[in-house]
Design a protein around this ligand. Structure first.
Ligand SMILES: [Fe+2]
Length: 300
């Protein structure tokens, strides 16, 4: 160290040697007893230090970032999770989900997509062919027919299929006082051939919530806020990994520009005209064998 180099408060650290600081912080993490937590913390420390160096982050900019994280927490509550939205609009949630499913995808499994914030617990059990839309829900009729199978094509009987969607006005039942409770939602059980079917109305795209700090971030980035129209499906079958995915209307103007990056190619579908003013959607859901871990349901 030269005589002119400023000495930092912690012995041995110098303002011109960021590696020494990084090494000291990593050593402070070495006592973390849980191995996976130790690994994640070490990687986070390395990347945060590299981020600050790459951007030459100033103290004032660090304060802005920390205030943003505080605002994310303050905007969250029992009915809203701004942190999920942040992970979504940065593409982090989609990245984590796709990486976790890469082995199943390589074997021909159905691509997953985000569960999202609108799945509700206690969705009503419905019979095959039943309509999930109330009589007051306007919009073009949609007939959905699906088949659940394992990677080898073997049908999965008795699988639980949950579905939920926005209305043709782009609103879920819990956002819209004009819709009855549990409208456009249902739970089905597959038959001996792994099949299920239901009637509905064609969904519309909708904006993500923009009344919190994520809305400010999207505005600062000059981004739109729209998700393409989609149908959520979650499948639980014994001996298989749970599949949560979404099927997107390939004709939606944002089909290739989803604000949360969930509309990947294999999940785009053409809603086929049925010749009577309605549409049909045929789905095959291929599940990977494994532990059946049901994700946490975000809404009652
Ligand atoms: Fe959705």
């Amino acid at each position: 160290m030269s005589a002119r180099e400023p000495i930092m408060a912690t012995t041995g650290l110098s303002a011109t040697d960021p590696q020494a600081l990084l090494d000291a912080v990593l050593r402070s993490n070495a006592g973390t007893t849980e191995p996976r937590l130790r690994q994640i913390l070490a990687a986070a420390i390395r990347h945060l230090h590299a981020f600050a160096l790459e951007t030459e982050l100033t103290p004032a900019e660090l304060d802005i970032g920390l205030d943003f994280l505080v605002a994310i927490g303050q905007a969250s509550g029992p009915k809203k999770h701004e942190g999920i939205l942040l992970a979504d609009i940065l593409g982090l949630a989609t990245l984590v989900q796709l990486r976790g499913a890469r082995h199943a995808l390589a074997a021909g499994g159905t691509e997953p997509a985000l569960v999202g914030p609108f799945w509700r617990s206690g969705q009503p059990l419905r019979s095959h062919g039943e309509c999930i839309a109330s009589a007051e829900t306007p919009g073009p009729r949609l007939t959905v027919r699906g088949r659940v199978c394992s990677l080898d094509g073997r049908p999965l009987a008795g699988a639980r299929v949950e579905t939920w969607q926005a209305s043709p006005r782009g609103l879920y039942d819990n956002q819209d006082a004009s819709q009855p409770n549990m409208n456009l939602r249902g739970r089905f059980e597959t038959d001996a051939e792994g099949r299920f079917s239901f009637l509905s109305v064609r969904p519309a795209g909708y904006p993500v919530p923009t009344d919190g700090p994520c809305g400010e971030l999207l505005a600062a980035q000059g981004r739109h806020t729209m998700r393409p129209a989609h149908l959520h499906v979650l499948v639980v079958a014994e001996g298989h990994r749970v599949l949560a995915t979404q099927f997107f209307d390939a004709e939606d103007p944002h089909a290739h520009d989803d604000v949360v990056f969930g509309a990947v190619g294999s999940l785009l579908r053409r809603f086929e005209p049925d010749g009577q003013g309605g549409y049909t959607l045929d789905l095959e859901l291929r599940l990977e064998p494994g532990a059946t871990l049901i994700p946490k349901c975000p809404l009652p």
